[in-house]
Ligand binder design. Structure first.
Ligand code: PMP
Length: 443
């Protein structure tokens, strides 16, 4: 406990004011296995943050540890820039085995560096190179990373022409309507902008979207809307970049989230789980887009051998053990249970998600029509978001040994991103603790 407090105190003095998770989660992890993290103070936590959705197999899964040890024991080099190695060959083979059929036929991979944001940058650069155009279409509430180009796409930096379009956020639909209709209006808006020669936007280099917005508040895009976006971009020869950094590797109930709608992106951005808990990021794209000159995209850390080995083991394990299907069925049951909880707690404005990517949006029920105002013909007025309550729920969860994230537009969405290896018993424990925490935070 002394070490625990000393570490927390020193880090809060030495680390940047921008530090994030460490602020709301004052724990000092010293051991971890599967769903469980143990702190320096001896307390144990169920980790439903999973490295922001990175740990498909949970902490320190034996097949991941084994794969890492094997590389180390073999005497293979740990750093060889982007040279070809048996480890890289095995990773690429595993990765290609997972690709949706429409992309697998003629795909190229570019290793991008450690982080998701590196791969987003590469994707933007690729489509700009391939099309000779610069503009970009992205969506409200998007999160693609923290580097400049990725930030542009997330709406963070001035100077680059990014056009932001409405993401189909059903609960807070900008068109004041719910369901398919709101999504269809968003699609029409996109078309009208692209087809308006004077008042719209010039043909962009690409469109980038998340099939389920994660940081934006766990918002699954309807399959029909995704298909519409694919048609709109294909008809106008605009490359479609799908950011699967958070949704990939089984999390949403399919190996890649695009499989639900059947759309085939031109570029897929992948990171987080593909490195099996170590840093790794790639883009996979249609060979036709491979307009780069040799050396046009470089970087020192694009050959992390341990990450590739851990990643290959993770991809194989998820595939061979049907963990995507498992995430789909368990996630659906958890959503049902959370919706039952919502019926008893008006502060739960919306429960949504896909697979084991789950969000519970907390609201002030006094402030609006609240949940269920989904009549297509009347204007929808969801209740105001309740960020303070969400923060309180997160702290009550922590007190009960449960780690959850809070995100969303208004920081009022409690997010659950457990490992895909979550057992039925663990799911019950997670939901029990969450329900207790909610009741405590409300009172
Ligand atoms: N894209 C998406 C969809 C993400 O969720 C994230 C990270 N949460 C990123 C990109 C950026 O990844 P990184 O933090 O590794 O740069």
């Amino acid at each position: 406990t002394v070490a625990h407090e000393g570490i927390l105190r020193r880090q809060s003095l030495r680390e940047s004011a921008a530090r994030t998770y460490a602020r709301s989660l004052p724990i000092v992890p010293v051991r971890a296995r599967g769903l469980t993290i143990e702190g320096a103070d001896g307390r144990r936590y169920l980790d439903c943050l999973s490295g922001a959705g990175t740990l498909a197999l949970g902490h320190n899964h034996p097949v991941v540890l084994e794969a890492i040890k094997k590389v180390i024991d073999s005497g293979a080099p740990l750093h060889v820039l982007d040279l070809a190695t048996p480890v890289k060959d095995a990773f690429t083979t595993e990765l290609f085995a997972t690709l949706p059929p429409g992309l697998a036929a003629d795909a190229r991979v570019q290793f991008c560096g450690p982080a998701g944001t590196d791969a987003v940058e590469a994707a933007l650069k690729l489509v700009r190179t391939a099309t000779g155009r610069t503009g970009l279409l992205s969506f409200t509430g998007a999160y693609h990373g923290m580097t400049a180009g990725a930030l542009d796409a997330s709406g963070g930096a001035p100077g680059v022409r990014v056009t932001r379009l409405p993401y189909p956020y059903d609960y807070r639909c900008p068109f004041g309507t719910g369901g398919e209709r709101g999504a269809a209006l968003g699609a029409r808006w996109t078309e009208s902008l692209l087809d308006d020669p004077k008042g719209g936007v010039p043909r962009p280099a690409g469109m980038i979207l998340e099939p389920v917005q994660g940081e934006g508040g766990v918002i699954p895009a309807p399959d029909g809307w995704l298909r519409r976006m694919r048609e709109i971009t294909a008809d106008r020869r605009i490359p479609l970049i799908v950011d699967e950094v958070q949704t990939g590797v089984g999390r949403t109930g399919a190996f890649w989230a695009v499989e639900h709608s059947g759309i085939v992106p031109d570029v897929m951005v992948m990171s987080k789980a593909i490195g099996g808990s170590l840093p790794l990021a790639v883009i996979v794209y249609r060979a036709e887009l491979d307009a780069w000159e040799p050396g046009a995209h470089a970087g020192t850390f694009r050959g992390n051998q341990l990450a590739m080995a851990a990643g290959a083991a993770t991809l194989r394990y998820v595939r061979e053990n049907g963990l995507a299907e498992r995430a789909g069925s368990l996630g659906a049951r958890m959503l049902t249970q959370l919706r039952a909880l919502a019926a008893e707690h008006p502060v739960i404005g919306d429960v949504r998600g896909r697979g084991l990517m789950i969000g519970v949006e907390l609201v002030d029920p006094e402030s609006g029509a609240g949940a269920g105002a989904g009549d297509e013909d009347t204007e929808r007025r969801p209740a105001d978001a309740a960020p303070a309550l969400a923060a309180a729920v997160q702290q009550e969860c922590l007190r009960r040994g449960l780690i959850v994230e809070v995100g969303g537009r208004h920081s009022a969405v409690v997010r659950l991103l457990p490992p895909l290896t979550l057992t039925d018993e663990q799911a019950v424990a997670v939901l029990d603790r969450f329900a207790d925490a909610l009741a405590a935070a409300e009172s």
